[in-house]
Design a protein around this ligand. Structure first.
Ligand code: UD1
Length: 342
């Protein structure tokens, strides 16, 4: 079976994807510098799969070390590139760090893929590239216009998509699939791996579960005066395990020689928009725990509403994100309880 190089494979989406790949029989080499993850994730993956992925503690920006990784595993057939800095606020404070980390690592990878004749890459992109779509572009499909990024983090996703397109134009053998994620939430049903936010979580779900666990005093709902049915923002929350499975489909497509174009783009979302208040209410219903919250002012830079048209991924990849919201929120709570026991 083919070997897949998973950069950032110790992170939230990377670890769930590693599990799905291994369960489908792929060999996985994880490269991760552990800057936003820890070595214990390997135990979680092993406990679920029954086998340990190969792991190299290497920074993707380190050309020589990455060169050695490619030489050590000559059977690598595709790369899934998750490794990136991802905190929007931090990217505004430290733009150069984000440009160096996120763009430098992709360039290094593409150079080494060429050198070692690895011709397939799946890239972690984001719905952030669409900004706030016009009303007639909702739900948003892959042909919606790309809008000027609101943060250096978002800009690195856009620039990296362009770098891949330019390189594919110059190199007819390169195949790429760009996956634009909506909002990944939840944890593996085993609660052996999940999201591990460092410090105070910025994203909604980890803040919800930490508040329910009593780690945070109350959730702040950022705004109830938006032009949405209940006034709070709307997003497309996708189960991280469903998201992980889409990567397996993308890899299968490329390795099976089925790509219709050198660079293909897929939205990964459910097609269902949920408001912040709907998430809060459903979480309380499903778990039965108390979740103190307060409505406060809007968060700067927030988009009012965005959700996916996932038709292309449904039809072309044969993939659907169909886990019920209740099950997803229950998995997030189970993971938080597991963390709190440690
Ligand atoms: C954010 C990033 C996006 C990134 C994504 C990763 C911004 C502007 N965008 O998206 O680039 O790809 O995370 O998952 O930061 N909310 C609260 N209270 C909280 C936290 C969040 O009400 O304590 C609300 C937000 O206002 C938003 C929704 O929950 O309406 C989701 O927020 P979040 O999880 O941060 O995701 P995004 O803002 O969609």
């Amino acid at each position: 079976m083919s070997r897949i190089l998973v950069t950032g494979g110790m992170g939230y989406i990377g670890s769930h994807t590693t599990v799905e790949l291994m369960q489908q029989g792929y060999k996985v080499t994880i490269v991760d510098n552990l800057s936003n993850s820890n070595i214990g994730v390997l135990d979680g993956i092993q406990a679920i799969v029954g086998e340990r992925p190969d792991f190299e503690q290497v920074d993707c920006n380190d050309y020589e070390a990455m060169d050695r990784v490619f030489s050590t595993y000559p059977d690598i057939e595709a790369v899934i590139h998750f490794a990136a800095s991802k905190a929007v606020g931090e990217s505004v404070e430290k733009p150069l760090l984000y440009y160096r980390n996120n763009i430098g690592s992709l360039i290094t990878l593409l150079e080494l893929m060429k050198k070692h004749a690895v011709r397939n890459i799946v890239f972690s992109s984001s719905c952030t590239v669409y900004g706030q779509p016009d009303a007639d572009h909702l739900p948003v499909n892959e042909d919606a216009p790309i809008q000027k990024a609101l943060s250096p983090y978002g800009n690195t996703k856009q620039i990296n998509e362009e770098i891949i397109r330019d390189e594919a134009h110059a190199d007819a053998d390169l195949r790429a699939i760009l996956l634009r994620y909506f909002n990944p939430i939840g944890a593996h049903p085993s609660a052996l791996i999940g999201e591990l936010p460092l410090g105070v979580p910025q994203n909604l779900l980890p803040f919800v579960t930490q508040t329910a666990a009593g780690i945070r005093k109350e959730l702040k709902v950022f705004g109830d005066d938006y032009n949405t049915p209940d006034g709070s923002c709307i997003r497309d929350y996708i189960y991280v395990v469903d998201l992980a499975k889409a990567h397996v489909k993308a890899v299968e497509r490329m390795l099976g020689g089925k790509s219709a174009e050198q660079v293909e783009v897929f939205n990964l979302g459910t097609g269902r928009g949920l408001s912040v208040l709907e998430i809060v209410r459903t979480f309380i219903e499903v778990t039965g725990v108390k979740l103190p919250y307060q409505i406060v002012g809007r968060r700067e830079g927030d988009i009012e509403q965005v959700w996916a048209d996932p038709k292309r991924a449904n039809e072309v990849l044969g993939w659907h994100a169909d886990t019920p919201t209740e099950d997803i929120l229950a998995s997030a709570w189970k993971w938080q309880c597991h963390l709190s026991e440690q």
